[in-house]
Design a protein around this ligand. Sequence first.
Ligand SMILES: CC(C)(COP(=O)(O)OP(=O)(O)OC[C@H]1O[C@@H](n2cnc3c(N)ncnc32)[C@H](O)[C@@H]1OP(=O)(O)O)[C@@H](O)C(=O)NCCC(=O)NCCS
Length: 180
Amino acid sequence: MLEGKTVNLRVMEKEDLTLFAEWLNKPEVFGEYNPLHQMSRTEVEKISENPHEEKLFIIEKKDGSKIGFIAHFYVLHVAGRQLEIGYSLLPNERGKGYCSEAVKIMADYLFLSKDVGRIQAQTDPRNTGSQKVLEKAGFKKEGTLRKNFFVRGEWRDACLYSILREEWKEPRILTKTASR
Ligand SMILES: CC(C)(COP(=O)(O)OP(=O)(O)OC[C@H]1O[C@@H](n2cnc3c(N)ncnc32)[C@H](O)[C@@H]1OP(=O)(O)O)[C@@H](O)C(=O)NCCC(=O)NCCS
C-alpha cells in the first residue's frame, strides 16, 4: 500500500477485477478524452499479463472507498521503452485534489523503486484537468503528438508530458525509507 494524505494507492487484486471491468465498460469513467472500451472480465484479467507490463493500482480514499485507478506501463519503441502513467477517477470524485495526489505518489514510487530517468504521460490538449494534475506533480509539457490517438471516431492530438529524475529531486509524499 502506498499511503498519501487523502488517498492511498493499492495494487489491484483479482477480487478488484469485477469492479474494474465495470468501470472500464462505463464511458463516463474514462471521460470524453479517452477511447471507449468494452471488455469482458477475462479480457481485463489479461491486461496484467500483457507485454507492456501494465501495473494497475486502485485509488482509495482513507475510508477505503474505491474512487478510481492509476496505472504504470511501458510504451515500446525499437530504440528502447518509456515508462508511462494513466489514470481516471469516478465522476463524482473529481475536482477534489485526489488525482493530483495519486500522481505525486506514483511518481515518488516509480523513482524510488525503478532505475528510470523519466516518467511520461499523454493527454488530450483539451483535457485541462489532466494537464493541471500533471503540472502540479512536476511534469512538464514536451510537445504535441499529432493525431496520436483514435478516440470516438477521430484521430486526436496528444500532449506529451514528462518528469525527469533530476526534476523530481526527492519524494513529495512518500519517504525514502518506507511508505509504511
Ligand atoms: C482528469 C482527472 C484525472 C483529474 O482528476 P481530479 O482528481 O479531478 O483533479 P484534481 O482535483 O487533482 O485537480 C487538479 C487541478 O485541475 C483542475 N481541474 C480538475 N478538473 C478540471 C476540469 N474538468 N477543467 C478544468 N480544471 C480542472 C482542478 O481545479 C485543480 O486545479 P487547482 O489545483 O488549480 O485548483 C479526472 O477529471 C478524470 O478522471 N477525468 C476522466 C478521465 C481522464 O481524463 N483521465 C486522464 C486521461 S490522460
